[in-house]
Design a protein around this ligand. Structure first.
Ligand SMILES: Cc1cc2nc3c(=O)[nH]c(=O)nc-3n(C[C@H](O)[C@H](O)[C@H](O)COP(=O)(O)OP(=O)(O)OC[C@H]3O[C@@H](n4cnc5c(N)ncnc54)[C@H](O)[C@@H]3O)c2cc1C
Length: 379
């Protein structure tokens, strides 16, 4: 082990998921940045397991505002992406059965407070858009016309390329053992080299509280929740790649069509600890049951399955800002089930805080309440 070879940066970012790469990339325009990743591969955890939807009708009010605030970035990036748009508009139906009608109305009333892009569709119109639905099950839906698939690879590569162009570094397969703050800078002792930095950014996804524990500050009680995804091809129904995403109004299941395959989830949120999440047959069985009940799909084989962690704090909003107890330690945590769709706006807001720039644009244009994202609500 060599602890002689010191490397000095303005900022060390812990974690190379979408959170770490987007913020590291934004900061690299102004500062020397190094992203450290404990796995051999970048994006190995949540980011690589997301179904990467862009949904302005999903999540808390602050999440929905951050999503809308990210839209312009996605469209600008699409113009420069030679192959395709980053956002592929598919639309989305929040579907309800007879017993869920009140919940549908309630969600609709809540959604249109900040965004008018939503329409309630009756049974006929809902089935017209999504003919695989079981007509005995379905009652009505809310249509979100802006919902889109995010092409995550060009998004991630955009941030990675920018980081590298700005001489930023990304180092994988590295274990951070100890963090020492001395003389107004951090020393990070790892299994290979020591690193020095003015600022440490905690963008370690489900592991953010473990980093806090290691560094010696107050935790945010982040709860990683497991979500399962499975894929199948119906044997009785022709499917159409242009169909909208369907999401049960109470978030008991969703499905979308991708490449002539149905990608589905029981929308499980099983609290767990940070780990390499694996799909559980029990969760898949629940998903199959719910989806067979709501649709005409018949299928016997699961073609693919995976699981990933979505990490939340109590109020389901992200947690950003400098820690109140430990100097120069910046939180970038709690992106939950929305870390891809909010990445552009959240990374920009966080980099503005670190660079001491203002966030008036996000406050004025999108009414984003920065206090509801700030770490000071926990420490
Ligand atoms: C099934 C599923 C579907 C989803 N669908 C969507 C969706 O449709 N739209 C959407 O916007 N979001 C979605 N999400 C959520 C989204 O994937 C996450 O919010 C996002 O990926 C979180 O990014 P992250 O960088 O914080 O975490 P991660 O991608 O998990 O990255 C954190 C990284 O930190 C590393 N790390 C941990 N400890 C250390 C350490 N000590 N040193 C160095 N590195 C460390 C980890 O190895 C990991 O690579 C979904 C998630 C799942 C699981």
């Amino acid at each position: 082990m060599n602890h002689q070879n010191n490397k000095t940066f303005d900022v060390i970012v812990l974690g190379s998921g979408i959170a770490g790469i987007s913020l590291g990339s934004e900061l690299s325009n102004y500062l020397d940045v190094c992203v450290l990743e404990k796995e051999k591969l970048t994006s190995y955890h949540s980011t690589g397991r997301s179904i990467a939807f862009y949904i302005e009708s999903y999540g808390s009010e602050e999440i929905r505002k951050l999503t809308t605030a990210s839209k312009e970035f996605f469209y600008d990036l699409s113009k420069n992406n030679l192959n395709n748009g980053i956002l592929k508009k598919t639309g989305m139906l929040h579907i309800a059965n007879k017993n869920q009608k009140k919940k549908l109305q309630c969600l609709y009333n809540n959604l249109i407070k900040i965004n008018k892009n939503f329409t309630i569709f009756n049974k006929l119109k809902t089935i017209e858009l999504l003919p695989c639905l079981n007509e005995k099950y379905i009652d009505s839906s809310i249509y979100d016309s802006e919902a889109s698939e995010i092409d995550i690879h060009p998004l991630y590569n955009f941030y990675l390329k920018k980081l590298k162009k700005n001489n930023g570094k990304i180092i994988t397969d590295i274990q951070t053992n100890k963090f020492i703050f001395n003389d107004n800078k951090w020393k990070i002792i790892t299994n290979s080299e020591d690193f020095n930095a003015k600022i440490v950014v905690n963008a370690a996804g489900a592991w953010c509280d473990l980093i806090a524990e290691n560094i010696g500050t107050k935790k945010i009680n982040l709860i990683p929740k497991k979500r399962t995804v499975f894929c199948f091809k119906p044997i009785n129904t022709a499917i159409n790649n242009e169909w909208p995403l369907a999401n049960d109004i109470e978030e008991n299941f969703y499905f979308k069509i991708d490449n002539n395959t149905v990608i589905a989830s029981p929308e499980d949120e099983t609290p767990t600890v940070p780990h390499d999440a694996q799909p559980d047959d029990y969760d898949i069985a629940i998903g199959i049951d719910r989806i067979k009940n709501a649709t005409n799909f018949n299928f016997n084989t699961i073609l693919n399955k995976w699981a990933g962690l979505r990490s939340f704090v109590k109020d389901n909003n992200p947690v950003i800002g400098f820690d109140s107890h430990i100097n120069n330690f910046f939180w970038f945590a709690g992106q939950g089930g929305y870390g891809i769709q909010i990445a552009p706006a959240l990374a920009k807001i966080a980099s503005n805080i670190i660079l001491n720039k203002n966030n008036e644009y996000f406050k004025n244009q999108f009414q984003i309440n920065l206090n509801s994202l700030h770490i000071k609500r926990f420490n």
